[in-house]
Structure formats: structure tokens, C-alpha cells
Design a protein around this ligand. Structure first.
Ligand code: 5GP
Ligand code: ZN
Length: 118
């Protein structure tokens, strides 16, 4: 599996930098965002170092599919309400113009009550 020794999220996936773990298997790691933008906000990353969505290759498609399939389950486990009344958002920032700050592919999973719904 490819790692970048200078990559923050590779270090988090390997446990070299502490994080609040949400989920882990052999290919995927999920952890709470350090600066949450929603009541529930965690990040899902492949353990493999993929810099950004635009560097994904066809061979990575099953891994990304697995992450997408897993996201709703983890969102619910973390407290997002199920069904149409509940829900969550998935965000992938890609590149400088896309607002990406950490160059290890990650899905933002954000949910919980929105201010406008209160
Ligand atoms: P990006 O802008 O690259 O899509 O998002 C990077 C995200 O990583 C940001 O939401 C930021 O709060 C989060 N983040 C940055 N450094 C750390 C860290 O050391 N630990 C955790 N848990 N999250 C981080
Ligand atoms: Zn990395």
C-alpha cells in the first residue's frame, strides 16, 4: 500500500498522529474533523495515499464505491437521523480552486440539524 511519509492523513491512518476514530478496516479509515463545520463532521479516507479525486484511477473505483456505500451507515452511527427528514452531506474538495487543504483524498461527511431548521 502506498504511503507518503510527509502526509498528515497517512500519519493519521497509521496512528502516528492521534485522531478520534469513527471506523477502520484494512482499506479505509474514518475520523472526526478537528474543526467541525456541522454538528456531525467526520472524514473518510482510503489508507492508500491518493492525493486528490482527480488522481483517482479506474483501479480505485471499487475502493471509492465501498466508501460511498459505507458513508450512510457511519453517518447514522454518528448520530445523523435516518430517512428523508434526516440525512447528511458528502463533500470532496479537489485542488486549490476546490478548497482542498490536505492532499490525501477525503470525503467530508457532515450532518446534524442545520441552523435554518432550528
Ligand atoms: P479540505 O479542505 O482539504 O477538504 O479539508 C481538510 C479537513 O481536514 C479540514 O476540515 C480540517 O479541519 C481537517 N483537518 C486538518 N488537520 C487535521 C488534523 O490534524 N486532524 C483532524 N482530525 N482533522 C484535520
Ligand atoms: Zn497520504
Amino acid at each position: 500500500m502506498s504511503h507518503d511519509p510527509n502526509c498528515l492523513f497517512c500519519k493519521i491512518a497509521k496512528g502516528e498522529i492521534p485522531s478520534q476514530k469513527v471506523y477502520e478496516d484494512e482499506e479505509i479509515y474514518a475520523f472526526k474533523d478537528i474543526n467541525p463545520a456541522a454538528p456531525i463532521h467526520f472524514l473518510m479516507i482510503p489508507k492508500k495515499h491518493i492525493p486528490m479525486l482527480a488522481s483517482v484511477e479506474v483501479a480505485d473505483a471499487p475502493l471509492l464505491g465501498k466508501m460511498m456505500e459505507l458513508a450512510p451507515r457511519l453517518a447514522q452511527e454518528q448520530g445523523c437521523r435516518p430517512g428523508k427528514e434526516g440525512g447528511f452531506r458528502l463533500v470532496v474538495n479537489n485542488g486549490v480552486d476546490g478548497g482542498q487543504e490536505v492532499y490525501h483524498l477525503h470525503l467530508h461527511v457532515m450532518g446534524g440539524p442545520r441552523p435554518c431548521n432550528k
